[in-house]
Design a protein around this ligand. Structure first.
Ligand code: OGA
Ligand code: MN
Length: 207
């Protein structure tokens, strides 16, 4: 059990990476059993048809645009999260306070959804922060796919000033990046690709 005052074992590394170059990769973020349990939750939600086509935009601007993205999602209710996600969410909470202390990001909350890219799905080049999502500061993806091979596609491709970086969605890998700074895409997956995708948000702007 990790309380909010406990520093995450990877906190220093994550702070350093988000400082420069602005993105960071953490393999084996959770132990194999916890990762497997979350993977089983995702598979169950996917198989039971609980996920919905993801859209672009929010509220009245929400649109399903399969030519832009063809993943399916299920938002996590922070008030009543699935039990197997509690440990992961506590780690995110500890990380949130750590990032506020070290990087002064003013992060107020963490939102996330369960994500499935069925075979053939992709998400075209985009930024995670746009008019509707201005509060997003740090993007987080936690992957749940054991023994993912390069030939199976589905890489996250991040455009960095030093050149493109390709991240395979291997079970246990966590990737974080500054939401406003990196164009990225998810290449077409040739196998069901499962993940938890989240964002640390600043507080809403009060007009
Ligand atoms: C997203 C996204 C990356 C990934 O959902 O906005 O870019 O690797 N996901 O799943
Ligand atoms: Mn994205």
């Amino acid at each position: 059990m990790i309380g909010t005052d406990t520093v995450d074992p990877f906190a220093e590394r994550i702070t350093a990476g988000l400082t420069a170059p602005g993105w960071v990769l953490v393999p084996d973020f959770l132990d194999a059993a916890d990762t497997r349990a979350i993977g089983e939750l995702l598979r169950q939600r996917w198989e039971s048809g609980a996920m919905r086509p993801a859209g672009v935009g929010r509220g009245r601007t929400f649109q399903v645009r399969p030519e832009i993205r063809s993943d399916q999602v299920l938002w996590v209710d922070n008030e009543a999260p699935p039990a197997v996600l509690t440990g992961f969410l506590e780690r995110m909470e500890a990380l949130r306070t750590h990032l506020n202390r070290t990087l002064f990001l003013g992060l107020q909350e963490f939102e996330c959804h369960l994500t499935a890219y069925p075979r053939g799905a992709f998400y075209g080049r985009h930024l995670d922060r746009f008019a509707d999502e201005a509060r997003r500061q740090v993007s987080v993806v936690f992957y749940l796919n054991p023994d993912w091979r390069e030939q199976e596609g589905g890489a996250l491709r991040i455009e960095t000033p030093a050149g493109p970086v390709s991240v395979l969605p291997e079970a246990g890998t966590l990737v974080l990046f500054r939401s406003g700074d990196f164009w990225h895409e998810v290449r077409r997956a040739r196998r069901l690709r499962l993940s938890v995708t989240g964002w640390f948000l600043t507080r809403p702007v009060i007009p």
